[in-house]
Design a protein around this ligand. Structure first.
Ligand SMILES: Nc1ncnc2c1ncn2[C@@H]1O[C@H](COP(=O)(O)OP(=O)(O)OP(=O)(O)O)[C@@H](O)[C@H]1O
Length: 252
């Protein structure tokens, strides 16, 4: 379970997140939506401990992380996997080495076991036999899947996804959506997904939280969100012109 209590985050005196209270239950897929610059990625980076909040508490599986030392945080991070916005693969390493990276860093597994795990995780994301490929030989969708295989290599309790379908065509977006749902089922992970993609949000979410100008303005199941009479929410879902770069436009 992840719990944020009265979390505030300032950058250079500017308040980016305002009094965030959010509980994400074990096994839930919580989707965070909101316009560009509203603070979604900041929220993910707080949960994984890459940023410390200006004030407030962040609880991850029963431990409060905001005052932890870097060593203590590293222990907590072993329970988390993250799929970064631009896949963030190591270009000089093969697909297999990328997936093996966390296992090498954080476990003492023998090489044979590491490669068995790598092959299993690549199979899970539909990339059987791709361990020797190099990242620059892969499409964007394949890179995302490698990134997911790497994130789940150490069987994390929590998986964080930053824009997992950004830049992908609708077919590959659907594939990634299905993988997010099946990953949750297979490793019983709690998942937090930041996205602009409303179609994806409605497909995969247990619950959706909308951030607007640093505040959570609504939280609910996809059905509740679809029926929301909050004008900001309604406009966002329909892809209103109030939002820059056409973000928030639905694929459905
Ligand atoms: N390290 C930082 N230093 C200063 N300002 C930052 C930093 N990180 C984020 N910000 C600012 O915080 C605000 C929120 O950024 P964030 O990346 O969390 O938004 P977002 O909702 O994820 O946006 P997008 O959808 O475009 O990725 C932005 O105004 C951004 O410029």
């Amino acid at each position: 379970m992840i719990k944020l209590v009265n979390v505030n985050m300032n950058f250079q005196g500017k308040q980016i997140l305002k009094d965030i209270n959010l509980t994400i239950e074990q096994g839930e897929i919580m989707v965070i939506i909101g316009p560009s610059g509203s603070g979604k990625s900041t929220l993910l980076r707080l949960i994984i401990g890459l940023l410390r909040p200006t004030s407030g508490e962040i609880w991850v599986n029963g431990r409060e992380i905001t005052r932890m030392t870097e060593d203590e945080l590293n222990q907590v991070r072993l329970e988390m996997g993250m799929v970064f916005q631009y896949s963030a693969l190591f270009d000089s390493m093969s697909v297999g080495e990328n997936v093996a990276f966390g296992l090498r860093q954080h476990t003492a597994l023998p090489e044979e076991e590491i490669w068995r795990t790598v092959r299993r995780k690549l199979r899970m994301v539909g990339l059987r036999g791709q361990e020797n490929a190099m990242p620059n030989e892969l499409s964007g969708g394949m890179k995302k899947r490698v990134s997911l295989a790497r994130a789940i290599a150490i069987n994390p309790h929590i998986v964080l996804y930053d824009e997992p379908t950004a830049g992908l065509d609708p077919i590959m977006s659907n594939t990634i959506d299905r993988l997010i749902v099946s990953t949750r089922r297979m490793i019983d992970a709690t998942s937090v997904v930041v996205t602009h993609d409303m179609s994806s949000a409605f497909h995969i979410a247990s619950r959706i939280a909308m951030i607007f100008e640093g505040c959570i303005i609504e939280t609910g199941t996809p059905e509740m969100i679809k029926e929301s009479d909050n004008p900001i929410m309604a406009k966002f879902i329909r892809g209103g012109s109030a939002f820059p770069e056409g973000k928030g436009r639905s694929r459905v």
